[in-house]
Structures are given as structure tokens and as C-alpha cells.
Design a protein around this ligand. Structure first.
Ligand SMILES: Cc1cc2nc3c(=O)[nH]c(=O)nc-3n(C[C@H](O)[C@H](O)[C@H](O)COP(=O)(O)OP(=O)(O)OC[C@H]3O[C@@H](n4cnc5c(N)ncnc54)[C@H](O)[C@@H]3O)c2cc1C
Length: 539
């Protein structure tokens, strides 16, 4: 399955480019789909509910095409809750997986995975997560509104499809916003993915399977974790830093574990990456797939979808998971990365997914022709503003201090754009709205005057927060709550090392995180061979 996912993700970029340039499937994509559909494990019925509109015609063409590629697929006409839509079922049972609108673009992976999983291929989830899903007894119907350019949406769609496949109490419909604009308008959806459970808004934005289960209050199961033997190195975090740490450790021939909430970390949310030295250009999901393939080449015990809630130094370093299990290791490398910083003003939470957004790549197209603001004048804010200026009517960039902080080349580009206004000394006070965002108020830091701007959306781009809350009081953090490390990646707690965006590294980038992951792994190895052997053996 890992190889399969890796193959799917390698095709991701190609799929995306092709899907945007053509009507439906061309020869290359068909050839690739043919290979993937050869992996179907059982007979499927696709129930097709279509009318006379263009999307219906395209949907019929897509589904018919799929059926010609595999003798396992049969198509039957049906009347489903939405038209156009289609459901994917194993013959003789209902999976609850429905696609309303065309699952092309970023969602083509979701379609392929759904076909494979409904056919009987085991979804890529660990046993503990599968048990949590199967333990849900209350019937829940999820609906996820997506756009085909949203790179956060497939994770959510695929997580909910997996839940549907593993638990007959759960069903899930992906709804492509473009085909269901009336619903999008009626629900005031201005950011995707937007997930509804039994008709009520459930959550918006990027979510892992673990996040969904946590929000549902699904019980955690620690079976199998407590019995694990102590590790030589246990890596906490599965982003670039964690992956590098695990590979460097495992290559020393020592017992290595990796526990992560979301393998790949922030890279999952990145579209174009052009600064990984030696790789001229790649995309986040493809890069995550290659990271995972590389780590799994080594004997690393990977525990995905697991959150660490405590780290304690006793004889071993003890790492407590949210499911209650305690993992022991001679050394630990913390590589828990960072997340989007919230603005913390009134209206931000209230209008999340109703005009407040964090991901211009995902949500920019939803503001086509509208007026938006970008809060934050650093590199990410100015990059977002340049990106949005090509889509929306007007962008206002608000920067707290007297000058933008972005690289001068970006500032020059920004100021050359006719539909961008930059306001400096602007202290955002409130995001206002009436159902959805209608404006923003800011105070001029120099004059104290309060101004209001009429807007349809606000993109918040004010940096990242280190994921170190669970380390407060355990080891030394700096004033930004970053783990303080020395040149060997060592923290002030013996045997505990750290790497990547969660540390006080001056810059937060993929190659920098990888380099520091390698440093921390070598530092941990050095620590072990220099420590009192007797102490470690006895520990
Ligand atoms: C939108 C966007 C675009 C970017 N573009 C680029 C780019 O083009 N080039 C570039 O070099 N950099 C880019 N970056 C920055 C780059 O992604 C980060 O610097 C890099 O991912 C940091 O790697 P990391 O391993 O330190 O942390 P992360 O990638 O944040 O990974 C952290 C890991 O720790 C896990 N974790 C967190 N808390 C816990 C916990 N309590 N228990 C268990 N696991 C936990 C997470 O699930 C994840 O697996 C971008 C970032 C973003 C958000």
C-alpha cells in the first residue's frame, strides 16, 4: 500500500497539470489509472446519479471510462441525494462513499484511493487508529465541501472516506463547490475544506484523521504500545527534521522509533517547493511521499497519528502518548515543528471559514473578484498578497510596523501590482462580519486613529508557532517557546535532542530542518557512545 501511495503521489503533479488543461482523462492518465485499477481487490458497483448538465455529462464519461479500465467495476444508474453524484460500493454492500461533482484536480487521488479501499485494499492507517474508527457506534453522515485547487482538501476527504470504509455507521460525501454553488452560497462557505456532520458545521481547514477522531471524542486505544521494547532513539515528529533524524539514526544500526501526529508535517500544506538543493522543483505531497518511502526503507518503527503529551527523564526518557501509552528510549529527538500563528483578535475564530483564511493556495480562488486583506508583511504575507492579486479584485496588506519585513525583491514585485495597497503601522483590532466577513478595523499605531476597510476576506500570514506546549517546564525554551539546542542538537535535558522548526534555529526551512535532524541524530548517537555504558545497559 505504501508503494501504491507513493506511486499515486508521484503522479500527483502530472495529474494536476493535466487535469487543469483538458476536459477529462487523456492517454497518459488513462495509462496510469489502468495500472492503479489493476490493484482493485474485489468487484465494485458505481451508482451514477446524473442529469443533462455539463458536469453530469463529464461525470458519466469519467465513470464509464473507469469501468472500461477494470472488469471489477460495474456502473448502474441510480437516484442519489445529489445529482450529479456517484457512490462507490462493494457489490452487495454500501460503503457510504459518495462524490458529488467531479473528483478531478487534487481530488483524483481521493477517487483512486476510494476505489481501492472500497474494493478491499486496507487503508493506510495503523491498527490503533482503525480501532478508534471502528469503535464509533453513533451513525454520522459527513459532507465535505472542496475546491479542486485546494491542497488541504484531499487529506480531509481521504480521512473521512477511510472512516466510511472502516465503519458502516459512517458515510461521507465529497461536494465539489463549483458544481454545487447554491449550497456553497446558502451555507456561506468561503474556505475549504468545510466539513459538515449531519448537516451541522463540524470543522474547516486542514484536519488529520486523528484531529477528526479527537473532535468526535473517539476513544484512544493504547493496545500494543505499552509492550514496545525501549528504543535507542525515539524521534517525536515526522516532518523533514524527524524524517532525517530517523534515517540517520537507523543507518547507525540502532533501534529507532518515530512517533508523529501527521507524517510530513507542514510540507503536506506546501504546493511548489523550489529550494530543496538538488531537486529543482517538487510539490509538498510528492515530497512527503518520497520522505516516507525513504524512512520506510530502514527498520524504523513508525507510529503515525499519535500525539505526544509529555516527555520525562527517568532512567530512560519516557514519552507519553495521548492514548495513555508510555514509550521508553535511551535518547529522544524532538522535531515537532510549528503551525500557523493566529491573530487573536475578535472575529478571527467566529469567521474562520467564513472569510478568515490562512492558506492562499487553497482559498484564494474562492475570493475571485473580491476584496481581501493580508495581515502580515513578512515573506509569507507578501508572497500571499502577490499570489492573491492575480485572482481577487484588490488586496490590502496590513503591516504592524513602519516597514514591510519581506525580502526587497518581493516588496518590489508587490509594489508593482496595480491592485495592491500597503498600509504600515496598522494594528488589526477586529475582523467584522455579518454571517461572513465584511471588513476589518485597524488602529494607526502613530496617530491612534481607527479605520475600517470593507472586505470579503482576510488572509492571516503572521508566522508560525512552535509545537512545544507539552514541553513547558520539561526543558529550556526561549522567549518564543522554541527549544534551545546547542551545536549538537542537544537540549538542556540529558539524552533529549531537538531539530527543525520547533527549535531556536534562526531560519525555518526544509533543508535547514533536515540538516538539524541529521545533526540531532548524530548528536544522540555520540551521546550514547560517550555515556556510561553500564548506565545505559542497566537503564
Ligand atoms: C505553506 C508553507 C509553505 C512552505 N514552503 C516552503 C518552501 O517552499 N521551502 C522550504 O524550505 N520550506 C517551506 N516551508 C517551511 C517548511 O515546511 C518547514 O520549515 C519544515 O516543514 C519544518 O520541518 P519540521 O520537521 O521541523 O517541522 P514540521 O514540518 O512542522 O513537522 C512537525 C512534525 O511533528 C509532528 N508533531 C507536532 N506536535 C506533535 C506532538 N505533540 N506529538 C507527535 N507529533 C507531533 C507533526 O505532526 C509533524 O509530523 C513552508 C511552510 C508552509 C507552512
Amino acid at each position: 500500500m505504501i508503494a501504491l501511495l507513493s506511486a499515486i503521489k508521484q503522479y500527483y503533479r502530472l495529474f494536476e497539470r493535466m487535469m487543469t488543461n483538458m476536459a477529462l482523462l487523456d492517454a497518459n492518465i488513462k495509462a496510469q489509472l489502468n495500472q492503479l485499477l489493476a490493484l482493485l481487490e474485489g468487484d465494485l458497483t458505481i451508482q451514477l446519479s446524473v442529469g443533462e448538465d455539463k458536469t453530469s455529462t463529464d461525470m458519466r464519461e469519467l465513470v464509464t471510462e473507469l469501468a472500461t479500465m477494470s472488469s471489477h467495476i460495474t456502473v448502474e444508474e441510480a437516484t442519489l441525494a445529489r445529482t450529479p453524484s456517484f457512490s462507490i460500493n462493494k457489490v452487495g454492500s454500501e460503503s457510504g462513499v459518495v462524490f458529488a461533482g467531479l473528483p478531478l484536480g487534487h481530488e483524483l487521488n481521493s477517487l483512486v484511493l476510494a476505489l481501492l479501499q472500497v474494493s478491499g485494499r486496507a487503508p493506510k492507517v495503523d491498527e490503533a487508529t482503525a480501532k478508534r474508527i471502528q469503535a464509533i457506534t453513533k451513525p454520522i453522515h459527513f459532507e465535505t465541501y472542496v475546491s479542486l485547487t485546494c491542497h488541504n482538501c484531499p487529506d480531509v476527504v481521504q480521512a473521512l472516506n477511510i472512516m466510511s470504509v472502516l465503519n458502516p455507521n459512517i458515510s461521507h460525501t465529497m461536494i465539489e463547490g463549483g458544481a454545487y454553488q447554491d449550497e456553497v452560497k446558502e451555507k456561506d462557505i468561503l474556505a475549504v475544506p468545510a466539513v459538515y456532520a449531519d448537516g451541522e458545521f463540524f470543522e474547516g481547514g486542514r484536519m488529520s484523521l486523528e484531529d477528526i477522531l479527537d473532535k468526535l471524542g473517539a476513544a484512544q486505544d493504547s493496545t500494543g504500545f505499552d509492550e514496545k521494547e525501549a528504543y535507542d532513539v525515539l524521534v517525536v515528529g515526522g516532518g523533514p527534521a524527524g524524517a532525517a533524524s530517523a534515517i540517520y539514526s537507523a543507518r547507525k544500526g540502532i533501534r529507532t522509533g518515530l512517533v508523529a501526529e501527521r507524517f510530513g508535517g507542514q510540507v503536506n500544506d506546501t504546493l511548489s517547493i523550489e529550494n530543496i538543493i538538488g531537486t529543482k522543483a517538487t510539490e509538498g505531497p510528492a515530497f512527503v511521499a518520497s520522505l516516507e518511502a525513504h524512512v520506510t526503507d530502514y527498520p524504523v518503527d513508525i507510529m503515525k497519528n499519535q500525539r505526544v503529551v509529555n516527555v520525562e527523564k527517568n532512567d530512560f526518557v519516557e514519552v507519553t502518548l495521548e492514548n495513555g501509552a508510555v514509550l521508553k528510549s535511551k535518547t529522544v529527538i524532538l522535531s515537532t515543528g510549528a503551525r500557523y500563528r493566529q491573530l487573536g483578535v475578535p472575529g478571527e475564530q467566529q469567521f474562520k471559514n467564513k472569510g478568515v483564511a490562512y492558506c492562499p493556495h487553497c482559498d484564494g480562488p474562492l475570493f475571485k473578484g473580491k476584496d481581501v486583506a493580508v495581515v502580515g508583511g513578512g515573506n509569507s504575507g507578501v508572497e500571499a498578497a502577490i499570489d492573491l492579486a492575480g485572482i481577487v479584485n484588490h488586496v490590502t496588506v496590513l503591516q504592524r510596523s513602519a516597514e514591510l519585513k519581506a525580502d526587497s525583491v518581493l516588496q518590489t514585485r508587490l509594489r508593482s501590482l496595480p491592485n495592491v495597497t500597503v498600509i504600515t503601522n496598522a494594528l488589526t483590532e477586529e475582523i467584522t462580519g455579518d454571517g461572513t466577513v465584511n471588513g476589518l478595523t485597524y488602529k494607526d499605531a502613530v496617530t491612534g486613529d481607527v479605520h475600517k476597510i470593507a472586505l470579503d476576506g482576510v488572509f492571516i500570514q503572521i508566522g508560525l508557532l512552535p509545537n512545544t506546549e507539552f514541553l513547558q517546564g520539561t526543558l529550556a525554551l526561549n522567549e518564543r517557546n522554541e527549544v534551545i539546542v546547542d551545536a549538537h542538537g542537544a537540549t538542556n535535558l540529558p539524552g533529549v535532542f531537538a531539530a527543525g522548526d520547533c527549535t531556536n534555529a534562526a531560519y525555518k526551512q526544509i533543508v535547514i530542518s533536515m540538516g538539524s535532524g541529521a545533526t540531532a541524530a548524530l548528536g544522540a548517537f555520540d551521546y550514547m557512545i560517550r555515556s556510561d555504558v553500564k548506565e545505559l545497559v542497566e537503564a
